[in-house]
Design a protein around this ligand. Sequence first.
Ligand SMILES: [Zn+2]
Length: 211
Amino acid sequence: MSHYLAERWVDFVRGLLSEEERAAMKRHLDEGCEPCRREMDVLQAMRNFARVEAGAEPPADAVRMARAIYVPPPRPEGALRRLMVRLVFDSFAEPAMAGVRQSGAAGQQMGFEAGPYYIDLRLQGEPDSNRVALAGQIVRREEPNVAMQGLIVALQAGRKVVTETVSNEFGEFSLEFFAGKNHRLRISLPQEGIEVIVPFDARPEGGPEAA
Ligand SMILES: [Zn+2]
């Protein structure tokens, strides 16, 4: 069975498709495709959440300033219980799907599940460099309205923390770093007493995987 890429489901939930496309994708769901149904549900929940929150959004300047002065609290090593993730979607692993936009230029998208959380990662290599831009989001699958802001998101290469950021009110975060293997994203949820570890390889733009 062929599936639709997450980007198609984004367009689907945003109502940007033609009647025919929409009908075909609806049929695919009605035929009982579980992975696509799950993808669509998550995106739908995110969209509903974003729509509800849009009216209550603080000015961009205030958000930028808050982030600039935010100092992560000290984090005792090993104090948080680790939650391992399960890869449920990888745009690079499914090249022959229906309705696929050409990958490469579009970058790589991966979806992970960890307990009650869903983590979406988009990796985009920067042209003519070994740098990679990552945009991600963490949501609670069953309760997408639970705010996920202020979570510390650290990128590790091996044991070393390469860069760190903080999630915004939608659980979104972005980071830049050098391509390489054995990267780990570590999202701390101190309120829950857990941290989510997301292992992945970050390939440079179009090139082979970095050593
Ligand atoms: Zn499907």
